[in-house]
Write a protein that binds this ligand. Structure first.
Ligand code: ZN
Length: 336
């Protein structure tokens, strides 16, 4: 009985999400908190553990996030014995350092453009000189620290990008591969100030927070524009693309995204054309870039914890990155 009650409380959103986020009243939150670890969004934009000492006003809704039940019972100890290797902060450093001369050979470089709250590097990969003639692919990884598989996909994308001179004739890449290195290090969705970095992209960068503020200001002062934005995330259970509904911008925009999703689905058997419609949160990266830059802006989701049972390998994840590049190559992504 109780179980059904909780399911009813939570049933407004699908469980294949990258988090379960809800608007709930004080009463609902108090009930839910008896059975679940409820993360409650405070006035300082931090998701903190809800406890009985926090007093809530009646007759208003609050934003909460509730983790997947599995995440609460499993420890990170022995993670790599059970799942595909967790993509750590040390690993992005190693990958970029290994690619350094290849990047240099194609006129690219990587560097740190600022620091995370705990002092880790915020990396940036881009042409040494941006071109006005090429279309710009803007890519982000790890807004959410515990969604490590996204970075294996980005690695596949970057390696293919370095190899494919024809593709580079038409496209340039602007990549922020690990937006939330502290979260990655701490196996946490949130940054070190308990902020959800995919909810803090304010249209005025002065009002954005922490790592996103640094990256957003950097982007605006450097590339300043893009033709497609891909934000790489990790879901709980399945692969899919988040996109807005038909009325959000226009049916041309909807159809353009549908075409992209169909092409990707034909090249990536895991994505397989799956999508979820979500008009999101106005301070998500996807919605920020869609609204402020009017571009094809998508969130790419792949399960974050993949069992070591042979169903999918790191090479398969790399291949998913290649499929993304080939999709861009086949599609006119700037059409609106
Ligand atoms: Zn995510």
């Amino acid at each position: 009985m109780l179980k059904y009650f909780i399911i009813a409380l939570l049933s407004f959103q699908s469980f294949s999400d990258c988090i379960h986020e809800f608007q709930k009243t004080a009463e609902e939150i108090q009930t839910l908190a008896k059975y679940q670890n409820v993360l409650f969004l405070n006035e300082d934009n931090q998701f903190i553990n809800f406890h009985s000492g926090i007093s809530l006003e009646k007759n208003r809704d609050y934003t909460i996030q509730v983790s997947h039940p599995k995440r609460l019972t499993e420890s990170n100890k022995g993670y790599n014995d059970r799942y595909l290797e967790y993509y750590s902060y040390a690993h992005i450093q190693k990958f970029l350092s290994n690619q350094s001369s290849s990047l240099n050979n194609i006129g690219y470089s990587y560097k740190s453009i600022g620091k995370s709250v705990q002092g880790r590097n915020l990396y940036y990969v881009a042409p040494k000189k941006l071109s006005n003639k090429k279309k710009t692919i803007l890519m982000f990884g790890r807004h959410h620290g515990d969604e490590g598989t996204a970075n294996w996909i980005i690695e596949g994308f970057v390696r293919k990008f370095i190899k494919d001179a024809n593709f580079r004739e038409k496209y340039q890449l602007v990549l922020y591969p690990m937006v939330n290195p502290d979260g990655a290090e701490n196996h946490s969705r949130y940054n070190a100030r308990r902020r959800d970095l995919n909810r803090v992209w304010h249209s005025n960068p002065e009002k954005s927070y922490d790592e996103v503020k640094v990256i957003q200001k950097h982007f605006l002062s450097q590339a300043g524009k893009a033709d497609i934005m891909l934000d790489m995330h990790g879901s709980f259970t399945e692969d899919f693309i988040y996109r807005v509904d038909r009325n959000f911008l226009s049916s041309d925009y909807y159809n353009m995204q549908q075409s992209f999703i169909d092409t990707l689905g034909a090249l990536d058997p895991y994505q397989n054309g799956n999508f979820q419609i979500s008009n999101g949160h106005k301070k998500m990266a996807r919605i920020y870039f869609l609204k402020n830059f009017n571009i094809n802006s998508l969130t790419h989701e792949t399960p974050r914890d993949i069992r070591r049972n042979g169903s999918r390998s790191i090479e398969d994840l790399n291949q998913q990155g290649i499929a993304l590049l080939e999709t861009i190559n086949k599609e006119v992504v700037v059409k609106k």
